[in-house]
Design a protein around this ligand. Structure first.
Ligand code: FES
Length: 76
């Protein structure tokens, strides 16, 4: 299963995002978030750093319960 297999250490959280980098950091300008943005926390989104719903498959396969962090603006 993708929870345990793979050439990389299965202790890794990140199995696919920008594996050539020593540390994956994403800078998002808050002015570029219109109303809300959902950021991936399962590390499996194909639209990283944003959530694309892939956490649903992950949760089913791995009996996990992860989901995105949603950043939203207060109504003015
Ligand atoms: Fe990773 Fe939704 S796809 S949290």
């Amino acid at each position: 299963s993708p929870c345990r297999s793979g050439a990389r250490s299965n202790k890794r959280v990140n199995q696919k995002v920008r594996l050539n980098e020593a540390k994956v950091v994403d800078m998002i300008d808050i002015e570029d978030i219109s109303e809300k943005a959902a950021f991936c926390r399962c590390w499996k989104s194909k639209n990283w750093p944003y959530c694309d719903g892939t956490h649903g498959e992950h949760n089913k396969e791995c009996n996990d319960n992860v989901g995105p962090v949603v950043v939203s603006r207060k109504q003015k």
